[in-house]
Ligand binder design. Sequence first.
Ligand SMILES: [Fe+2]
Length: 299
Amino acid sequence: MTRSTRRRVETRETQAREKAVTEEVVESFDFAESDRFREVMQSLVRHLHSFARDVRLSQEEWSAAVDFLTRTGQISDDRRQEFILLSDVLGLSMLTVGINAPAVEGATESTVFGPFFVEDAPRIELGGDLAQGAKGVPCYVSGQVRAVDGTPLAGVRVDAWEADEDGLYDTQYEGKVTAGRGWLLTDDDGGYRFWSVTPTAYPIPHDGPVGELMKAAGRGPMRPAHLHFKVEAPGFEPLITHVFVAGDEYLDQDAVFGVKESLIGHFVEHDGGTAPDGSQPTGRWTQVEFDLVLAREEP
Ligand SMILES: [Fe+2]
């Protein structure tokens, strides 16, 4: 049956039947113990059913969707998170970031968490080496963690993680390699600093279901070069963000829609000379300063 023929046989009776199914399912959540759970699930059912009616979802398409989600789960493990990637490429991650972290005047903006954070990253000393063997042009990263009113935040945990010069995170290599990630505590002035590698643009993993989706859409998989940060301090909203590299060719076509103008940092290029920590690198290195300004938690 073609789409137009199928549309023609949508009688008032079938419409009523479809509506009855939706209402029956919505009502099945009426007695949920949690008000919030009921609200979320009833809205989800309404929108999901409305979507199926809107596109006149075929049985084959329903099966393809189930197969897609099954494979998305099967390829995920503690080192690969295909569901976060799916959320990212559908813009759901950025939408959720926007809903939950409205821009607060003066605070650093948030962006996507991404699928590459791991819980057990190593602690490094202030000024230490976060690269831990990750390949790339050395990069000195520093800045201050402070409140919007300028108060420096001492002893705050700053997590950072990034891809190497081949555009790969440590978790994408065979074996349990840990490189290009770590955390440290800010000093008395809220300062943080570490050595790592200059971020490189990279394709999101596109050898799985999400890659198929991107290909079918004719969309490119590239993300502009960036370094991830996660900062958590008591009494403040947690901050999950990136610093992007100014001049990157993919800034206006991020596969996961994560770029915000205020998050673009200037990575100054050097050749030899003396670094801010007094060391004298041989060859090329870069330097970026990026302050992380936290919004106070709503009372
Ligand atoms: Fe990333």
